[in-house]
Ligand binder design. Structure first.
Ligand code: GDP
Ligand code: MG
Length: 301
């Protein structure tokens, strides 16, 4: 299945909802009047694009329609796609990982899909023949490291773990030493996400970052924030909280297969100005898609 087909399938619920709303508005198009723009804005809000982002997108569209004297539904639809694509283009969607090793720290609240995303990402990197090491720095529950170990087995990655309750920064330290010794290409670091205990989490992430900076001062580093796409605008609030306590370099939106509200992806990119780098469209190993703004918008509308 091609990338485009796969993302289309993963976004099936959102596409269906959008076809009924946005599609319906264009199908019943009688002219670019206020009613048309208001209905369009409403349908975007329903798809969870957020009030701020939907309003901005429609304002930009109004302007473009006027300036370029667009008349047909088809031209206006294309202009809308361009605007949404531009809103998603807020930075590189590629992972920066040219150094050996490089480090990808994965953060986010419990249950959003961090460990699963790491497993899928390990698989992608292994297919590129990279040596991958998983670091089980979610030491809060033993089950977390067990789950990561299963993904290590599936993807053919190594894993470094310690006992339940160990200091997460110490697991990261161990993983870095192991990576240096084994000439690992990429360290993927899982973390616990207890956002209700913000001070603790902040200290923990800061300590992990200090260890990485001290042990690998010149390494390429990414901090990926994972958000559950089904939580809608709550996810956006979470993302804002996390971006205050960590230098987030990219986002992963998971569970887009399970929601009709995939518009959240545009909302998150636009309001945080942080690029979405991957989207999760299922629980299997190959259900992680590198994010291509234009393809995403084409699949959506
Ligand atoms: N449908 C679907 N389920 C997902 C996706 N990503 C993760 N999950 C599921 O979400 C649940 C929580 O995932 P997990 O990786 O343990 O979350 P963590 O607590 O952030 O590490 C698991 O049941 C996963 O199988 C996705 O893209 N689609
Ligand atoms: Mg986990």
């Amino acid at each position: 299945m091609s990338f485009f087909d796969k993302i289309k399938k993963g976004l099936a619920k959102t596409r269906k909802a959008m076809a009924n709303t946005v599609g319906g508005i264009f199908a019943g198009f009688t002219g670019a009047n206020d009613e048309f723009f208001d209905e369009l804005e409403e349908s975007m809000i329903l798809a969870d694009m957020g009030v701020e982002t939907s309003t901005t997108a429609v304002e930009l569209l109004r302007k473009r329609v006027k300036e370029q004297r667009l008349k047909s539904a088809e031209d206006i639809r294309e202009a809308l796609k361009d605007i949404l694509t531009e809103m998603l283009n807020v930075g590189s969607t590629e992972l920066k990982m040219d150094t050996r090793p490089s480090v990808i720290l994965v953060i986010g609240v419990n249950g959003v899909g961090k460990t699963t995303t790491i497993g899928k990402l390990a698989n992608v990197l292994r297919q590129q023949k990279k040596r991958v090491l998983l670091c089980a720095a979610d030491t809060f529950r033993a089950a977390a490291a067990d789950q990561l170990e299963i993904w290590a087995g599936r993807s053919g990655a190594d894993i470094v773990r310690q006992a339940e309750g160990a200091d997460p920064a110490s697991v990261v330290f161990d993983a870095i030493q192991a990576a240096k010794a084994r000439k690992t290409d990429v360290i993927l670091c899982d973390t616990a996400g207890r956002l209700h205990n913000k001070a603790n989490l902040m200290n923990e992430l800061a300590k992990i970052s200090r260890i990485i900076d001290r042990e690998l001062p010149n390494a390429d580093k990414e901090v990926l924030l994972v958000l559950d796409g089904t939580t809608g605008q709550n996810g956006l609030i979470q993302a804002k909280e996390f971006s205050k306590i960590a230098e987030v370099t990219g986002m992963v939106l998971t569970k887009l297969d399970g929601t009709a509200k995939g518009g959240i992806v545009i909302s998150v990119a636009n309001e945080l100005q942080i690029p979405v780098k991957f989207v999760g469209v299922g629980e299997q190993m190959d259900d992680l898609m590198p994010f291509v703004p234009q393809d995403f918008v084409n699949a959506l509308i």
